[in-house]
Ligand binder design. Structure first.
Ligand code: INI
Length: 159
């Protein structure tokens, strides 16, 4: 009889445990739309609003350290990083955006707590608005969906 490989895939059932959203205050009016998108996706997948904590940091550069400290408390099943970095707004775009992306990656690898990256890195504020719930979807809800999938995938891998 032909054998098939066993496939391990994360699903979108309600994940167990608390979820933290780390959101930067820089470009807050756009970040808030990402937060709304993430909350909406989590709640519509059965996560109770009371099991979600929103943690505010000054800018995207500060996101990784907050993620790492939250993960170290072991109180969270997963963490969503949300922010907006706009190239035109700063000469050190690469440093802020790169440090944020690298830092979140390092924090999740160091703590083994899944983290997803909903930090927009765009050329303009218009592009950011488009990706925060208008013409180009909502990267906050995408980050929330990615987190649910990763929490459930890691649950299956470690079962
Ligand atoms: N932080 C952002 O989140 N987005 C930006 O576009 C941005 N710009 O343009 O500079 C930004 N800078 C602040 C940075 O994240 C830190 O908060 C600051 O450098 C203090 O460490």
């Amino acid at each position: 009889m032909e054998q098939k490989p066993r496939e391990i895939v994360g699903d979108f059932y309600t994940p167990k445990g608390n979820i933290a959203i780390v959101a930067s205050r820089f470009n807050e009016f756009v970040v808030d739309r990402l937060v709304s998108g993430a909350m909406d996706a989590l709640v519509r997948h059965g996560v109770k609003a009371g099991d979600i904590e929103i943690v505010r940091v000054p800018g995207a550069y500060e996101i990784p350290l907050a993620c790492q400290n939250l993960a170290q408390t072991k109180r969270y099943a997963g963490i969503i990083a949300l922010g907006v970095v706009i190239r035109g707004a700063t000469a050190h775009f690469e440093y802020v955006a790169g440090a944020c992306a690298n830092g979140v990656l390092q924090a999740q690898l160091a703590t083994n707590v899944p983290m997803t990256f909903g930090v927009l890195t765009t050329e303009s504020i218009e592009q950011a608005v488009a990706r925060a719930g208008s013409t180009a979807g909502n990267k906050g809800s995408e980050a929330a969906m990615g987190l649910i999938e990763m929490i459930n995938l890691l649950g299956k891998i470690n079962d």
